[in-house]
Design a binder for this molecule. Sequence first.
Ligand code: ACO
Ligand code: OAA
Length: 367
Amino acid sequence: MVEEINAGLEGVVVGQTELSNVEGDIGRLTYRGEPIESLVKRDFPAVLNWLMTGEWLDESQCRALDRWLADESELSAVESRVLEQLPRNTHPMSVLQALVPIAELTPAQQPPAWLDEQWVPGLVLAARINAAVRIWHNLSRGGDVFAVPAGLGFLEKLLYGINGAAPGEQALRAINTTQILQLDHSYNAGTFAGRVIASTGASLCASIAGSLGALSGPLHGGADEAAVMMAREIGSPEKADRWVRDALANKVKIMGMGHREYKRLDPRAAILKPMARQFCEGTEWQTLMDTLMAVEETCQDVFSSRGKEIYANLEFYKGAVYLALGIPEQYFTSLFACSRVFGWISHFHEFNRAPRLIRPRALYAGR
Ligand SMILES: CC(=O)SCCNC(=O)CCNC(=O)[C@H](O)C(C)(C)COP(=O)(O)OP(=O)(O)OC[C@H]1O[C@@H](n2cnc3c(N)ncnc32)[C@H](O)[C@@H]1OP(=O)(O)O
Ligand SMILES: O=C([O-])CC(=O)C(=O)O
């Protein structure tokens, strides 16, 4: 009997989740029923807590969580030594994969009293990941780690540490938006990898180390860096049309375009494109932004001539916002991980409430 094989698991339902809902046919994304368009008007700590627990924090709780996460965004002596030993050209995603399995999950500061203790190790891990990205950004450039003043918020500390200067109000609002948009996305490859690892009874750190590996690939989270590298290679909007037509004729994938689930515009790209335009206008990033827009136009034109549709995904315009915030492209995917880790933690706990070993079957095709 010939068994049917679905190598990419397209459309296969392998579990359930209450965390986020990707409605690809109508281009809608919600976290616990709340559309991302309204969530981006809130503060990042409030939204990550909503995703994890399904409860809204009041203003003082939100400030307390923000401050505690920021305070926990430091590395222990052992963790710092690990980073110091790494070759300076190590990619930030590899740095995170080296660090996470040995990360210390005991908080250095007392967590807010109302925080359910089941969340503490995961939140400490998320804070360590943010710290590692900030600190590696300094170390990999051969410099000292920028001193960051006390009393900053979680995302403020991350941006301050990367740029060595206090972010303005507009930059803070922008990073609040990008990080909210990346928190969760149902059973994407990175999250699913984490659930598979959790299904063996492995630890939270093991699960998240696996998710990081999956996220790093260019067909997934690594597309953010790859899209900007593509725009840099093209060089200018005038050259985009020829470049894209040649690429598509040669079956080269255009990074940041297309999506397994969205059959319309990714709602995250719909928010990020106007933001990126506004941020890049009249700056050194204007040509890159214009090049990305020209790539999107030609890509859609070629697809339409084939009777198909293609749309930008989360990754296509996000990089232009990040560049304007002072974040270099090698760091894009690690910034993605700084947000998505809260989704991975939520999935780890959700999965472990009804665990089952995930073990599919293969059709033997050998001798
Ligand atoms: C956060 C995230 O992970 S978002 C996704 C980030 N990844 C990217 O941006 C990488 C570029 N995009 C892609 O590779 C794909 O669109 C994926 C992997 C994201 C999803 O693709 P799948 O559901 O597997 O669709 P698949 O790759 O089979 O594409 C269907 C058709 O569209 C084409 N296509 C899809 N995306 C692209 C693209 N970006 N560039 C060129 N052609 C594309 C495929 O070549 C295929 O054509 P064919 O039917 O002639 O063979
Ligand atoms: O859902 C997917 O396949 C990829 C994606 O957009 C994400 O992880 O945010």
